[in-house]
Design a protein around this ligand. Structure first.
Ligand code: NAD
Ligand SMILES: O=C(O)C(=O)C[C@@H](O)[C@H](O)[C@H](O)COP(=O)(O)O
Ligand code: ZN
Length: 376
């Protein structure tokens, strides 16, 4: 069964198609977007090896020729060097303004390829074929594209909406457990930020989701995409409400920068830890009861997810240095860091007037807990 979530953004509207087996039909889905039967596929080596032949056959079956550039897997690929490689390759392939670039991979490939498409000849169209849970529920939707810089996450980028998203949920069968759990953090984020019923559903059904239950997968991906689409349509360029999708990210992005964008901490792991910190901060500020952060942390623990600073291996900087990294956040307004706080599970809001003293204290306590747990 195929689900369709429409993203009604006027001239930039598009569909998100969700279902098992979509990759094999990619050619039929993409063909109506093409002026000539040819696409350039940006991907990475692991995805290319596992699922490249199915995509190639699906395109060929619809008479579409494809050329492929497979980059190195991993977050380090989302940087200047790969951007240069990708854009120069697309130029070499003579990809024109009315051609389509296909982003085939997880969030790293999606963000990088989307940004390459945004800057190539001042903008060519692109299609997202997300292959991770994270990419199917979050990064392939909404048009945030970009790369990291050493100073901070996604500091260079553009809003550039895809023309179509094809989320083949069958591809999740090959996803490693750690990457599944990282993506699951973004799924749980939707419940935590705006839908307590969905969070309760996840508390009951996340194990089935992890085990690959098709109905659970379809529901989790569809509900996440619906929520993201609804927020993006309200505020495409993050003037206000879209920042809700950043729940956990102010902390998480600083932790990713502090750990060097690598294997020590995946994006979704930083988001899970950041969500617990954001709820903990909300409780300390008297905005919600202590039950809310405890419930989030307990669910993540039950899933075997990273949820505390203590779960990050290696050295971490002190609280002030982490605050320094958070000051690079794109939500900074009038020189002040914006936080996403919550009144309860499912009731997040954008807070622009948070005093930094309790944030520093929270980080210092979390770092102290980390030292205690590491020593014991
Ligand atoms: N643009 C947005 O709105 C948005 C939203 C959320 C996250 N992001 C970004 O997404 C990135 C993280 O994305 P990610 O978690 O998908 O990471 P990723 O792209 O690095 O993929 C994770 C791992 O899974 C492997 N993989 C991908 N598909 C697979 C499959 N089907 N089977 C087996 N292995 C597979 C990859 O090789 C990689 O090792 C971060 O850079 C984050 O900032 C962007
Ligand atoms: O789409 C959004 O808006 C999000 O914030 C989704 C996040 O999950 C995602 O990680 C996004 O890339 C973060 O954006 P940034 O603007 O904080 O870099
Ligand atoms: Zn994210």
């Amino acid at each position: 069964m195929i689900d369709i979530v429409h993203v009604p953004l006027g001239t930039r509207a598009y569909d998100i198609r969700i279902g098992a087996g979509l990759l094999a039909q990619a050619g039929t889905a993409i063909a109506p977007l093409l002026r000539r039967p040819r696409v350039a596929v940006l991907t990475e080596a692991r995805v290319a090896a596992l699922h490249g032949p199915t995509l190639a056959a699906g395109l060929e079956a619809a008479g579409i020729a494809s050329s492929v550039l497979a980059l190195e897997p991993g977050e380090a690929t989302k940087g200047w060097r790969s951007l240069e490689t990708a854009v120069e390759w697309l130029i070499g392939e003579k990809v024109a303004r009315d051609d389509v670039v296909v982003a085939f991979g997880g969030g790293v490939v999606g963000d990088l390829a989307g940004f390459a498409a945004a800057v190539l000849r001042r903008g060519v169209g692109f299609v997202q074929i997300p292959t991770t849970l994270l990419a199917q529920v979050d990064s392939s939707v909404g048009g945030k594209t970009g790369i990291n810089s050493p100073q901070g996450k996604n500091l260079v980028g553009a809003f550039h909406q895809p023309r179509l998203v094809l989320a083949d949920t069958g591809l999740l069968d090959t996803l490693p457990e750690r990457d599944f759990l990282a993506g699951y953090a973004e799924v749980a984020k939707y419940g935590l930020l705006g839908d307590s019923e969905f969070f309760a559903w996840l508390e009951t059904n996340a194990s089935a989701l992890r085990a690959g239950d098709p109905a659970a997968r379809a529901h989790a991906v569809r509900r996440s995409c619906e929520m993201k689409a609804e927020i993006v349509v309200r505020d495409e360029t993050e003037e206000g409400d879209r920042a809700l999708l950043n729940l956990g990210h102010t902390f998480g992005h600083a932790l990713e920068a502090a750990t060097g964008y690598g294997d020590r901490l995946l994006h979704g792991e930083g988001v899970a830890i950041g969500c617990v910190l954001a709820f903990e901060l909300s409780a300390r500020l008297g905005l919600c009861s202590q039950e809310a952060p405890s419930r989030a942390a307990e669910h993540f623990a039950h899933m075997g997810m990273r949820r505390r600073l203590a779960d990050i291996p290696g050295e971490l900087p002190d609280a002030d240095a982490l605050l320094g990294l958070m000051a690079q956040d794109k939500k900074v307004r009038d020189g002040r860091i914006t936080f996403i706080l919550a009144r309860d599970i499912g009731e997040a809001f954008v807070a622009r007037d948070v005093d930094l003293a309790p944030v520093r204290a929270l980080l210092a306590d979390a770092l102290a807990e980390r030292s205690r747990l590491t020593l014991s």
